[in-house]
Design a protein around this ligand. Structure first.
Ligand code: PLP
Length: 355
């Protein structure tokens, strides 16, 4: 494949929104990255072009059967005006794992990172500076073969779009109210839970909407077989601190292997804390709560980084964790991770990549 990225600059560049006016995912930068795939040719014509709507044939496979994958990462502006990505090679690796599961062709992981870097470079004036803000980067693939038969597509489009986003926490890190979902499930063994693919998210909307109606921020998913074991929260992995020990569900193919999750485990172990990656029953969490051993619970993900769980509601039990306040471990982890990501503190792991 010719890895030369052609650049077609946008003629009427927009003014990026002011840092105070940012939201999430509604405003997009001036350019986008596009690359096509055909079976006979492989990936071809990588290009950065003005952001614009796509012309899609209504019979394109993804419109019908959801053969899509995506990723999500952020670029941060440092105080000395550099732009940093956080572990983009992990997104490249996960993207290929998702693609493999969804029968989508693989992509050279180094080229994935190169494409992200180049696209950010072209629109670097869009990376906001206010603490907590970032440029959210959304790489994705859609199956574009024009055919209504159900089979893996022979054509794809890979695209990267970018959106400047507000700080997740406006007034400091804030605990959330989580509803433990005991009816709907997100994934089951052998399904697509470990892949970042549209259908997993479409299938979660109903539970999410019902939980929101009851006043909860997110749902905590349980396993697809017996609704017994803890899986993950909306778009976050989940951690519990029970009697001094940190426990997070092991990766068994049904949850997304979060990059923040992996980073959190490394940091906690470096701090000398005991971390267990294993199956954990919701009943064990409830028992720990009753005995006073459940000290903290929090979610981890690119959007919020760390999201403390203040209330966890399971069946008729409403658990108020750490008096509904942010715990010490969650708070320290947040400071450490955002510090590394924004270049404020030393990065002993070589996780950041300068654009
Ligand atoms: C279902 C799901 N779980 C977990 C995560 C957290 O992953 P990461 O830390 O890589 O953002 C995400 C976010 O991408 C997600 O969508």
């Amino acid at each position: 494949m010719d890895k030369n990225i052609r650049i077609e600059k946008c003629e009427d560049r927009q003014e990026p929104p002011k840092d105070e006016e940012l939201s999430f995912g509604r405003t997009f930068t001036d350019h986008m990255f596009v690359m096509d795939y055909e079976e006979e040719q492989g990936w071809y014509d990588p290009r950065i072009v003005p952001y614009s709507p796509l012309e899609i044939d209504p019979a394109a496979a993804f419109c019908h059967y959801g053969q899509t994958t995506f990723e999500g990462l952020k670029a941060y502006r440092t105080e000395d005006d550099r732009i940093l990505l956080f572990r983009p090679e992990k997104n490249a690796e996960r993207f290929n794992n998702s693609n493999e599961r969804m029968c989508i062709c693989q992509m050279d992981p180094d080229f994935f990172v190169e494409a992200v870097k180049k696209t950010v470079q072209v629109d670097k004036n869009w990376v906001p500076a206010k603490p907590g803000t970032a440029l959210y980067i959304r790489p994705f693939t859609i199956a574009t073969e024009i055919y209504l038969g159900l089979k893996p597509s022979s054509r794809y489009k890979f695209i990267i779009i970018m959106s400047p986003v507000a700080a997740y926490y406006d007034q400091g890190i804030k605990p959330t109210k989580i509803y433990v979902e005991t009816d709907f499930v997100r994934a089951s063994k052998g399904g697509t839970g470990m892949a970042k693919t549209g259908g997993n998210y479409a299938g979660s909307l109903k539970a999410q909407a019902e939980a929101a109606e009851m006043g909860y921020d997110e749902v905590l998913w349980l396993d697809g077989n017996n609704r017994e074991f803890v899986e993950e929260v909306g778009a976050m992995n989940v951690f519990f601190k029970i009697n001094g020990k940190i426990i997070t569900p092991s990766l068994e193919g049904t949850i997304l292997p979060g990059i923040t999750r992996d980073s959190v485990i490394t940091i906690l172990e470096d701090w000398g804390m005991e971390v267990e990656e294993r199956k954990i029953k919701i009943e064990e969490v409830a028992e720990a709560y009753k005995s006073g051993d459940l000290e903290e619970a929090f979610g981890t993900g690119t959007a919020a980084i760390i999201s403390p769980i203040g209330t966890l509601s399971w069946q008729d039990m409403e658990m108020e964790i750490n008096n509904g306040e942010t715990g010490e471990v969650a708070s320290k982890l947040y400071d450490k991770l955002i510090g590394i990501q924004t270049g404020k503190i030393e990065d002993p792991y070589d996780w950041t990549v300068e654009v």
